[in-house]
Design a protein. Structure first.
Length: 281
């Protein structure tokens, strides 16, 4: 066990330690500029309960999480299922679809920022070419579409990760069962529901967990593309934490929001893992 001492000490120092500090500072009025951190009890919690910006960011995070699950689970599965049936240039096509995972979310954000541009963005160029001039707009500056535009950009990368996990899971599907069911005249939907989906349940659990974690902590791509705007319409909890800390220099209240996000994440991820284990049992 001695060989675990160094990495365990490092983990405690850079992960557990800062997390515990966040819990503590969540009950203070710590101001980074002055360095003062006076204990205020539940004052930040009371502020959180009454903060309209927190509830708006919570709603946006919830929308992001639900959309992320749909994109990851359904989009990734069907893409993987389609690619698994290809034989010609199989590896090249898979690599092309996996390419977004080689990019950081900051780079992905910049790519889609230019796609959504009003004047010469690719999306609006296509719409104008199709004679849909009225649909062209500044997507990231529109309060109705900004959040969903960022989610689509994020999903472009996330679906690649889900695809790879599902492709690995599909290799565990018993081919003899599929062939037997096909010979017996079973329809594709029956093979899908009775053979394929039950066989990839472990992979589905991994995809769901990754989608939940990545959507709940979404920050970098939002910050690059919209900064949480317009008017906070694409602001997630992670973005709100950053703004309170590094724009308002209210690290105490920022820590309170971070603790709230931590609790929400533990509850959701824990519930997902329990539900997945119960299905497997």
């Amino acid at each position: 066990m001695a060989f675990l001492a160094a990495p365990l000490a490092l983990y405690l120092t850079i992960v557990i330690g800062p997390a515990l500090y966040s819990f503590y500072y969540g009950f203070t009025d710590w101001n980074f500029l002055t360095g003062e951190a006076n204990f205020t009890g539940l004052e930040n919690v009371e502020r959180l309960v009454q903060d309209a910006d927190f509830y708006a960011a919570l709603q946006h995070t919830a929308i992001w999480t639900i959309a992320g699950l749909v994109i990851s689970v359904f989009g990734g599965f069907w893409l993987a299922l389609g690619l698994s049936k290809l034989s010609v240039l199989n590896r090249a096509i898979k690599s092309m679809f996996f390419l977004p995972m080689a990019l950081s979310l900051v780079v992905v954000g910049f790519i889609w920022f230019w796609i959504y541009r009003l004047d010469f963005g690719f999306l609006n160029i296509v719409l104008r070419a199709l004679g849909q001039e009225d649909l062209a707009r500044a997507w990231l500056a529109d309060s109705t579409f900004a959040l969903y535009a960022v989610i689509i950009a994020w999903g472009w990368q996330q679906i690649a990760l889900s695809m790879i996990v599902f492709l690995a899971g599909l290799t565990a599907v018993p081919k003899d069962l599929i062939e037997a069911a096909t010979v017996d005249g079973a329809r594709f939907r029956h093979i899908l529901n009775q053979v394929i989906i039950p066989s990839i349940r472990p992979a589905t659990g991994v995809v769901i967990s990754l989608a939940l974690i990545n959507s709940l902590k979404s920050f970098d791509i939002v910050w690059v593309m919209t900064g949480g705007g317009p008017f906070g319409q694409s602001e997630t909890l992670a973005v709100l934490i950053y703004k309170e800390a590094f724009r308002n220099y209210d690290f105490g209240y920022s820590s309170t929001i971070a603790v709230a996000l931590f609790v929400i994440t533990v509850v959701i991820i824990g519930g997902s893992m329990i539900a997945n284990r119960s299905r497997e049992g």
